[in-house]
Design a protein around this ligand. Structure first.
Ligand code: SF4
Length: 230
């Protein structure tokens, strides 16, 4: 995808946002896609307020905290943190221990449920639409991703403006505009997530190979973006 196409997508995004009444939020998950979206919004839709939030799971990399501040300073905005319920985390840690999320799919989904899915529901409460940086090419679970969807679980519109973008287009855009990237990309990571569940990948490995690498590819979603099976 060319940069020209990226700019067209930014204009399209702005036109869609103009038609949506009520609060729109952007889910920021420290991926390169997210800073591209922030730049597209600032460039093409600055008149339309979009609040930015992240899910502070309590298991993020140390580098992520510094990157969080760097992105806020670069774009001149505040990324609101949503944290999991403390009592639910205590119960989770008591039941699973530090590494229990790796012992079974059920355990891992329980951890994601407490640390991500429940806070997301609070973050999206009362909103009209949310914007994500998902791309169809990222995984088999996202192959049928559309630019505009209805999130039935949370009851609002879901915009995936980068659905058709390639990984190369994302990094080309970020480089062209000198956008800040998470420092772990320089260490071989191709996706950024929680520390216990994310690792660097070899050049010949799949993009999502560094996420939940002990699971089958069709299970690799945390519950934030679950889709009906084909
Ligand atoms: S990605 Fe791993 S540590 Fe993070 S919420 Fe899911 S299971 Fe827990």
């Amino acid at each position: 995808m060319s940069i020209d196409r990226a700019l067209t997508d930014g204009q399209t995004l702005a036109a869609i946002l103009d038609k949506i009444a009520g609060d729109v939020v952007l889910a920021f998950s420290y991926q390169a896609e997210d800073v591209v979206l922030l730049h597209l919004l600032q460039t093409h839709a600055a008149r339309r307020p979009v609040a930015v939030f992240t899910l502070e799971t309590g298991k993020l990399f140390l580098e992520t905290a510094a990157y969080h501040a760097e992105v806020e300073a670069f774009f001149g905005l505040v990324i609101h943190r949503y944290t999991p319920d403390a009592a639910a985390v205590a119960a989770l840690e008591s039941a699973l221990g530090e590494w229990g999320m790796r012992h079974s799919l059920e355990n891992r989904q329980r951890c994601c449920g407490v640390r991500k899915v429940a806070p997301l529901k609070i973050a999206l409460r009362g909103k009209s639409a949310w914007i994500t940086g998902q791309r169809a090419a990222q995984s088999v679970t996202r192959a049928r991703l559309q630019n505009l969807e209805y999130d039935a679980d949370n009851g609002l519109i879901k915009l995936n403006p980068l659905a058709a973008w390639s990984e190369k287009a994302v990094f080309t855009y970020a480089q062209k505009h000198a956008l800040p990237l998470h420092p772990l990309y320089a260490q071989g990571f191709r996706s950024i997530g929680c520390a216990p569940c994310t690792r660097a990948v070899a050049p010949d490995e799949d993009l999502r190979a560094g996420r939940w690498w002990w699971e089958n590819p069709e299970h690799k979603e945390c519950g934030l973006h679950m889709r009906p099976s084909a």
